[in-house]
Design a protein around this ligand. Structure first.
Ligand SMILES: Nc1ncnc2c1ncn2[C@@H]1O[C@H](COP(=O)(O)OP(=O)(O)OP(=O)(O)O)[C@@H](O)[C@H]1O
Ligand SMILES: [Mg+2]
Length: 242
């Protein structure tokens, strides 16, 4: 069986900064891949390359075996790649359900169909009670859930989560971790970027570690936590393991 996603020797530079430098990895269907690295490692940039927000400077991206390098974000969404933004970007003047309906329209052409999919997705992430609230009224924790709902309402095959735990209380982290861990069982493959390492260490089937744009290690969470290159990369950073 071919990989769901394959990233082959992908690089991206911004003027003199090599934000992503020759990164290669594959994700199999049903995996929950943790993508970790210190601040500025290139994680969000890598997500932007996979989701078609930015084209890579070089390298190849394949989805379900098909070359999709340089494809735009809406085309990537259509074939099944959705992502959340590290800084939630809801339409603040719209209601919570309207924000999710905008994503649902990718799969449901009627207003009624999109509303139904949005309602189901809001219930899924525990936001049903806030459907009619303006997005601007949500707390950080609820905004993160809205980001997750907006991505899942696109019915993705692969979802990219960029720090959906930042700013959450420990109880919210626990609930979100459980939710994310169940997605692969439901047929949604996950790549998860997170600084709250204990959450990701507990749930990821495999981890890719990057630092300064370069891939420095790959393996199971238990092996990564003991890898000298990984521990060194996190020196001076908060490595929240428990
Ligand atoms: N649009 C851009 N223009 C110029 N430089 C950028 C741009 N986006 C990212 N960078 C630079 O690329 C490098 C990687 O940034 P990126 O945001 O991908 O890191 P990150 O791993 O997501 O960090 P964090 O954990 O802080 O979110 C950084 O040096 C950053 O300043
Ligand atoms: Mg980032």
């Amino acid at each position: 069986m071919s990989a769901l996603l394959e990233v082959r020797n992908v690089s991206r530079s911004f003027r003199t900064t090599m934000a992503v430098n020759d990164v290669s990895f594959a994700v199999q269907p049903g995996e929950l891949l943790g993508l970790i690295g210190p601040n500025g490692a290139g994680k969000s940039t890598l997500f932007n390359l996979i989701a078609g927000v930015l084209p890579p400077s070089s390298g190849q991206i394949l989805f379900e075996g098909k070359p999709v390098t340089g494809w735009k974000a809406h085309d990537m969404a259509r074939i099944g790649v959705a992502r959340t933004f590290q800084i939630p970007k809801p339409y603040r003047q719209l209601s919570v359900i309207e924000n999710v309906m905008l994503s649902a329209f990718l799969r449901e052409k009627s207003i009624a169909g999109s509303r139904k999919l949005a309602e189901a997705t809001l219930a899924d992430v525990g936001l049903a009670d806030y459907a009619g609230s303006p997005a601007s009224a949500l707390t950080v924790g609820l905004l993160k859930r809205l980001e997750v709902a907006r991505a899942l309402a696109m019915r993705p095959k692969l979802v990219l989560f960029d720090e959906i735990m930042a700013g959450l209380t420990p109880t919210e982290v626990g609930a979100m971790t459980k939710f994310v861990a169940e997605l692969p069982v439901r047929g949604i493959t996950v790549i998860w970027v997170e600084h709250v390492l204990y959450a990701i260490m507990k749930t990821a089937t495999r981890m890719v570690v990057i630092n300064r744009g370069k891939q420095i290690a790959e393996g199971t969470p238990a092996v990564m936590a003991r890898d000298p290159a990984v521990v060194k990369a996190y020196l001076g950073e908060e490595m929240i393991l428990a």
